[in-house]
Design a protein around this ligand. Structure first.
Ligand code: PEP
Ligand code: MG
Length: 760
């Protein structure tokens, strides 16, 4: 069954348009289940009817000619109840409805399964048979499995088909499609889609038609020649080391790229108008698949060689393109998987917005987009990536929506919202030098989270009073090797000097999870629970020692450094890490260094740390709550996974109880505690965090003015009353009701729900 299923899904994925995909499904399911009929009905969103879209076995002339309501016929019953219907005598069922001319009369047995994608019924998949018999359990489960697997594929094919039709019709007004994703960075953007694929990944290259076929051919030939040269050099270097038989393999490699073989196939595709990278990727992937399917293991393994060759050629083509690429003034970056380095590919002044097919609101790339003030939508899994190049896009980072080829009305609405955003942000800049103090006199410093170089200036411009979290790993992510101690010292010095005498909290390297260094890859099945943060650096003291030494040296003559340790789960981890810091400090003191040991803090982001918080508070000089990870681990919800984005609830009563108990533990030992997760920059949370007693809030620079506005308006007394209401709530929804009531009372809702209405 798995084999049949894999084949069905593979061929549907390869189909060019939705009609072909549906026809393939009915054909393959009918033959796999050996039934007389297989039919698909798909819901038409405008009329909310189930349209007869594809069949084998019924009257195909009726395709597209009629539809059923959700309360009509057996198909309507399957769709409205959202469950399987298995009948031995369909026509005697009270819901049966005869559609004249459809040809259902000879078929007694009926099995229908709903096609459901993201809780929404997309349609119904039906098989029918002449014999009067119930379908078996195995047949039922096969149909359910097929329809569950196909739901995503159909949703994707629907959008892809609509985009292709719109492109063929050649107009912005030809279609408007709204694709949902996860709201990841607030703001509105209009612009042109620019596709960025991860470096040299054959699988991630979109198809694109180009006019300059000769130029593309020239680029391809030049890239081929460079790979040939590389291989010849390697072959020559290894001549003495390898047996003549092994050495002959290089000849085979060179042959693969010949005009008479793959090179010729790629050339032919380029001549047909496909760009060089697309042609290369299509040909290579076809051959790789072919090799991978071979019985013989030696031949199967050759797939690796073909992939390696293809990747080398692609990498030269991408180098060329990178050097020549001009970006539209209003670029909207579209990536399958957004990473920090992909974000850096488009010059900031051209980058209006970001869309990623994978990831969710609290993955690190999204945090970076927020810090840079770029509207972003993540987890837009249904976006047809390969068809998106140069499309007109409107993105709504408040609601997590993307509009492809938006109508003029949507465009105007977006322009208006963008103008309101700018006016509001400008009005808040007046607060830059005002203290963050409640009307009844509680002062709470607002600190900033930094990572990329530009964050420093943004933080200062927005009136931040210190750095609560400097994510040092971002400087490591942007390189192709570990930075040396001196390189790190220079980087850290810049941060410390920019904010001195205000405190700068530097976190030791926090890699693993969704932050993998290209030159130190960590491959794990379950990275969030794996080798992360302090676990990595304690296992590699040489990396930690170099980093800490660089921090301490950078602190010379300034004295505003604080060191923060991520992902601490046990007291021992904290002690071991602190011992390494003490060792560095001792060694430096022996070398004519006189700066005092900086405060050493602990991040509370693992539930275990919550329960030993008082013990940690005794040892640490300060604490900082990483609410992003704490929420992920408390709620068992992957922060990167768009599918469970709705369950990632920072206002969950469990998270709120955890935050209160951390503050209590820290204060019971006389230690200050801040919060540096994204919740600290969420305007809805500000009054409640103030009332909990946090000593500082640390957030991305763009959030500072709004949080200041809220806290300068709501008194500590009102925030405390609000917190007791929040603590009595039983769900996130109840917490948010209380939050919204408070914000309404102070007329602050526009700072929070700014743009949160649908621009339709
Ligand atoms: C956190 O987990 O809340 C945090 C601040 O760290 P990061 O987002 O870098 O994991
Ligand atoms: Mg964290």
């Amino acid at each position: 069954m798995l084999d049949v299923l894999r084949k069905v899904i593979q061929s549907v994925n390869d189909a060019d348009n939705l009609e072909d995909a549906l026809n393939l499904i009915v054909h393959q399911v009918r033959s796999a289940m050996k039934t007389d009929v297989c039919t698909i009905y798909l819901r038409d969103k405008a009329s909310n009817r189930l349209i007869f879209r594809a069949t084998e076995g019924l009257n195909a002339a009726k395709v597209g000619q009629f539809g059923l309501g959700f309360d009509e016929g057996l198909v309507g019953r399957v769709a409205s109840r959202g469950e399987l219907l298995n009948l031995d005598a369909a026509m005697s069922h009270p819901s049966f409805q005869l559609v004249p001319g459809l040809g259902e009369e000879p078929f007694n047995a009926f099995l229908g399964a709903p096609i459901i994608h993201q809780r929404e019924v997309l349609g119904v998949l039906v098989v029918q048979q002449g014999d009067s018999r119930c379908f078996s359990d195995a047949e039922e489960s096969f149909l359910i499995t097929v329809s569950a697997q196909l739901a995503g594929v159909i949703a994707h094919a629907e959008v892809t088909g609509a985009v292709s039709r719109a492109t063929a019709a050649g107009g912005r007004d030809a279609a408007v499609m709204r694709i949902s994703g996860v709201a990841a960075s607030p703001g509105i953007a209009l612009g042109t889609a620019v596709l960025i694929s991860p470096t040299a990944d054959l699988q991630a290259i979109p198809s694109r038609q180009v006019k300059d076929r000769r130029g593309q051919m020239r680029q391809f030939r030049a890239a081929l020649a460079r790979v040939r040269d590389d291989i010849e050099v390697v072959a020559e270097n290894l001549r003495e080391e390898l047996s003549p038989e092994d050495h002959a393999l290089f000849g085979v490699y060179l042959g693969i790229l010949d005009d008479s073989t793959l090179g010729g196939e790629v050339g032919a595709l380029i001549k047909s108008g496909e760009w060089a990278q697309g042609a290369l990727s299509q040909v290579m992937l076809q051959h790789i698949r072919h090799f991978e399917r071979m019985e013989h293991s030696y031949l199967r393994e050759r797939a690796v060689d073909v992939r390696d060759l293809g990747t080398r050629v692609l990498s030269y083509l991408q180098d060329d393109e990178r050097q020549q690429r001009a970006f539209p003034v209003n670029s909207i970056l579209v990536a399958e998987e957004l990473t920090a380095s992909v974000l850096g590919e488009i010059p900031r002044e051209h980058l209006m917005g970001v869309v990623s097919l994978r990831g969710s609101a609290n993955c690190h790339a999204a945090i970076l987009a927020r810090a840079m003030g770029i509207p972003a939508v993540m987890g837009a899994a249904d976006l047809p990536f390969s068809r998106m190049a140069d499309q007109d896009l409107a993105i709504d980072g408040y609601n997590g929506a993307i509009y492809i080829n938006p109508h003029e009305t949507v465009r105007r609405r977006f322009q208006q919202l963008a103008a309101e955003d700018t006016a509001l942000s400008e009005s808040l800049l007046a607060l830059r030098d005002a203290p963050c103090e409640t009307p009844d006199g509680r002062r709470i410093p607002l600190w900033v989270n930094t990572g990329v170089v530009a964050d420093m200036q943004r933080g200062l411009d927005h009136g931040a009073e210190g750095v609560g979290l400097y994510r040092t790993e971002i400087g490591f992510l942007m390189r192709d090797r570990f930075p040396s101690e001196e390189e790190q010292r220079v980087l850290y010095r810049e941060q410390l000097a920019a904010f001195a005498p205000a405190p700068v909290t530097m976190r030791t390297l926090d890699i693993g999870g969704d932050k993998s260094l290209p030159y130190f890859p960590i491959q794990e099945d379950n990275p969030a629970l794996g080798w992360r943060g302090i676990r990595v650096t304690l296992d590699h003291p040489e990396i930690m020692l170099a980093q800490v030494r660089a921090m301490l040296k950078a602190n010379e003559g300034l004295g505003n450094l604080r060191i923060l340790l991520p992902m601490i789960t046990t007291i021992t981890e904290f002690e071991e890490a602190r011992n390494l810091i003490l060792r560095c400090h001792q060694e430096l003191l022996a070398e004519d260094y006189s700066e005092a040991l900086p405060p050493i803090g602990v991040m509370i982001e693992v539930p275990a740390a919550l329960y030993i918080a008082a013990g940690l508070a005794e040892l640490a000089d300060f604490m900082s709550v990483g609410s992003n990870d704490l929420t992920q681990y408390l709620l068992a919800v992957d922060r990167n996974n768009a599918r469970v984005a709705d369950l990632y609830q920072p206002f969950h009563p469990a998270v709120i109880a955890a935050l209160c108990s951390i503050v209590e533990a820290a204060h019971s030992r006389g230690k200050a505690v801040s919060i540096c997760g994204e919740l600290a920059g969420d305007a809805r949370a500000a009054p409640m965090l103030l009332a909990m007693g946090f000593d500082q809030l640390s957030m991305n620079a763009t959030s500072v003015p709004r949080i200041k506005k809220i806290l300068r308006t709501v008194s500590l007394a009102a925030a405390q009353t609000h917190l007791s209401e929040v603590r009595a709530a039983r769900s996130s929804e109840e917490v948010l009701i209380s939050v919204n009531a408070l914000l309404d009372r102070y007329d602050l809702d526009r700072y929070v729900r700014q743009g949160a209405h649908r621009p339709q």
